[in-house]
Design a protein around this ligand. Sequence first.
Ligand code: DI6
Ligand code: FE
Length: 411
Amino acid sequence: MAGESKSRAGEVRLWRNARLATMAESSAGLGVVEHGAIAVRNGRILYGGPEADMPAALREGAEATDCEGRWITPGLIDCHTHLVHVGNRANEFEMRLAGATYEEVAKAGGGIVSSVKALRAASEDELVAQSLPRLDALIAEGVATVEIKSGYGLDLENEKKSLRAARRLGGERPVTVRTTFLGAHALPPEAKGDKDAFIDLVANEILPAVAAEGLADAVDGFCEGIAFWPEQISRVFDAAKAAGLPVKLHADQLSNLHGAELAARYGALSADHLEYADEAGAVAMAKAGTVATILPGAYYFIRETKKPPIALFRQHGVRMAVATDNNPGTSPLTSLLLTMNMAATLFGLTVDECLAGVTREAARALGLLGQTGTLEAGKSADLAIWDVERPAELVYRMGFNPLHARIWRGQ
Ligand code: DI6
Ligand code: FE
């Protein structure tokens, strides 16, 4: 395409002769505009709609890119990742393939705690360096915004190191990074089995310190028998509230501890996984406006058989986001395109639901719907331009990347 030079402040840039999937809430389905154009100034969308209806003033003197009929979607958003980690757990994968159980893997030094050991031993620079290739893989498929959780540090210094590394990644690449403090992820060895004492440490010391330094945009927890009980998560959420941070939750992934209701009670931005969530959970989430983040990569990788209750989410009007859950233990996945295919194939999400799940609803799950996630005036000019004939191809293919160009904040 012509016209790829950097625009100067105040100049209008135009992407024309495109088909748009605006994902605007007010429109049906994908919000399709067949003969569309997008006008951008200072990194923001001024206009997104039919080219014929665009104000003439925007056209005059604008630097225009002819998209030759390609499709434009909002830049993609991966709203749930543990991207900042060290090493990998391919050894555990091999053990499990050879028939080892989760407990046997844990006894052999595996599990989340092995990733904690690796992260604690690494410098912040090493963390950034090891995480960049994963971030680059996401970006190569049109991702413009990525959420990154801590949770492999599990003490003050190492949680802060993780979050600083995550923030630095946003400076290393043209991408928006949102950080989430996941101190209540697992019990570190030094806690010697005392979950309550560790939760006190997370809620009363680590979280307030992380918040005071502005290192986290949200707070998450892992509510599960193998992690923390709802009452313990509540204490962390109370501390988040006191610090003025929104919450999210790993809820009902392996069993039904009514994590969905817990998240809703705290007005959580999202409850994530939800394989074991029930109707009461779906109703509570709908009432609270809590987004259901669907993570098919983890479901696939751990060979879970219980599917999240998609029909209940639809019935009660729960919004659904779709994300990679990139992590070394249960979802070593760095393709949001493949994730959409999994959400459709494994859980029966429609193409429209998948695309909304990695754009508008993912933005909502991060509290960023005012800033990104749709091609509407006033939003950040985050665009993905695709070499496809129809948007369904983005969901249909497996392991093929039809991205033509990616624009982040107008560049
Ligand atoms: N749920 C998961 O599936 C991952 N974390 C979480 O809260 C597992 C992370 C890991 O095994 O490293
Ligand atoms: Fe996760």
